[in-house]
Design a binder for this molecule. Structure first.
Ligand code: NAD
Ligand code: UGA
Length: 435
């Protein structure tokens, strides 16, 4: 089939490349000229394991094309994906400006088309958005030529390619079940592998996406709050998490304590669902608590550093800045709150992140120093603070680091350090959620 994907970010690019991998003819469109040029030259504009190889392969086979103007490429397509960003507005509501712009671009491009098109909303959008976009196509005289379906995306950054190729389920929201037929045909490799495709109402699909993210965020805030209590009661929260996670009704996933959840989705999507609740006069008390606990968790990290600091104005080596391991994404990373708070407290911060450093330098205070390695970051440090669970941080040689630091203190917010190894090398170890 002929597919156009509007928006070549973490979701659109991965979706488009995976669809090309399935054998479809895919045109990626992005309004950002630098991104278009980078893709055309075979350079992946985001860090996502496995994506560069698939990009090269599909550019070489000629199944993947790149363009900058939606209106010039949509007429010759069967399926058009909307994968543009839906950031939080000031009030927490989802900002649909990019969706609206892209919809107008598609309408302009379809003026002379006489074929049938399915427009698929992949972006995360609040309930009712799909119906509103359908009515814009209808008003432009494109009914029944254009049907709009919702197909929320559940991939995670850092494992996006694997998640896209092997999803737990596919949700299609359609005003009429027949509207889902084209998308089901496009997804034939999933059907062949017995991956469950759910066809539901468009409203339900939109709610499923926000509810999934809000529920996962709720699990994290729950374990983070419990971790705080465990610290005070000489208990290891990870033992508690494992103990409850073995109950299959609870499951062990998303029960890892950390510095608070971040990223481009959980914070904004929980806030957007709260805003929908407000619009319908339904107080979302649990969501209020999820965000409150998340804010407190970042403050808790700052107070752990404050209490552990061996000198009044310590030099802090921050290991990891990205909101999670395996990504270069700094959007809503806990580091964005924690690092400036440390600086405001009088700390000197030297940071190291294997891939997010260049994105981080644009959004963190200018006073931060960036190191080229863990060794450089920890040299003369009074305290080592781990904020991201990069693989390389799991097996740091604490005996070697002991020889580099000024004071051997480590605050581990990701539980990547073996406390016995760090302590036997002479470090004072403070692990989040551990008594
Ligand atoms: P992103 O910011 O990485 O990418 C969006 C891209 O769209 C950008 O490259 C931007 O230049 C482009 N764009 C904006 N307006 C455009 C227009 N009118 N025409 C063409 N291109 C345009 O965003 P993302 O992280 O990929 O998220 C996209 C959507 O998917 C959001 O709604 C998000 O909530 C949702 N989502 C994201 C993830 C994730 O892990 N990042 C996972 C599931 C769902
Ligand atoms: C999340 C969801 O997991 C995806 O299903 C969803 O598609 C995506 O949001 C989205 O809508 O954009 P992502 O934000 O890429 O994916 O990353 P996660 O692995 O979910 O992590 C989110 C945040 O929670 C990170 O800061 C991570 O460190 C934190 N986290 C995660 C914890 O603190 N503890 C955990 O147990 C799990």
């Amino acid at each position: 089939m002929k597919v156009v994907v509007v928006g070549a970010g973490y979701v659109g690019l991965v979706t488009g490349i995976c669809l090309a991998e399935f054998g479809h003819d895919v045109t990626m469109v992005d309004a950002n000229p630098a991104r278009v040029e980078s893709l055309k030259s075979g350079q992946c504009p985001i860090y996502e394991p496995g994506l560069t190889e698939l990009l090269h392969r599909n550019l070489e086979t000629g199944r993947l094309h790149v363009a900058q103007k939606t209106e010039l490429v949509v007429a010759n397509s069967d399926v058009i994906f909307l994968a543009v960003s839906t950031p939080a507005s000031g009030s927490g509501q989802a900002d649909l400006t990019y969706i609206q712009q892209a919809t107008q671009d598609i309408i302009s491009g379809l003026a002379l088309s006489n074929r049938h098109h399915t427009v698929v909303i992949k972006s995360t959008v609040p309930v009712g958005t799909g119906a509103s976009i359908q009515s814009q196509f209808d008003a432009a005289g494109l009914n029944p030529q254009v049907v709009v379906v919702s197909n929320p995306e559940f991939l995670r950054e850092g494992s996006a390619v694997q998640d896209c190729l092997n999803p737990d389920r596919i949700v299609i929201g359609a005003a009429h079940p027949d509207h889902a037929a084209t998308l089901k045909a496009l997804y034939h490799p999933y059907v062949a592998r017995d991956i469950r495709i759910m066809v539901v109402s468009q409203y339900a699909a939109e709610h499923i996406k926000y509810a999934a993210n809000a529920f996962l965020a709720l699990k994290i805030s729950f374990i983070n709050e419990l971790g705080h209590l465990c610290e005070k009661t000489h208990t290891d929260v990870q033992e508690v998490a494992t103990g409850i996670g073995l109950d299959h009704r609870i499951n062990p996933y998303f029960l890892n304590v950390g510095p608070g959840f971040g990223g481009s989705c959980f914070p904004k999507d929980v806030a957007a669902l709260q805003a929908v609740g407000q619009a319908y006069d339904v107080p979302m008390a649990l969501l209020d608590a999820v965000l409150l606990v998340n804010t407190r968790q970042k403050q808790h990290v700052v107070s752990l550093v404050r209490r552990a600091a061996p000198v009044p104005a310590p030099r802090v080596a921050v290991l990891g800045l990205a909101f999670k391991g395996n990504t270069d994404d700094m959007r809503d990373a806990p580091a964005l709150d924690i690092v400036p708070a440390l600086v405001a407290d009088g700390c000197t911060v030297v940071a190291f992140d294997p891939v997010a450093q260049s994105n981080a330098s644009g959004v963190l205070p200018k006073s931060i120093h960036y190191a080229a390695s863990v060794a450089e970051a920890v040299t003369d440090a009074d305290l080592v603070l781990i904020l991201t669970e990069w693989n390389a941080f799991y097996d740091l040689d604490w005996a070697v680091l002991k020889g580099l630091v000024r004071h051997p203190v480590v605050v581990d917010t990701r539980r990547v350090v073996d406390p016995v190894l760090a302590q036997s090398a002479g470090f004072r170890y403070i692990g989040i959620g551990r008594g």
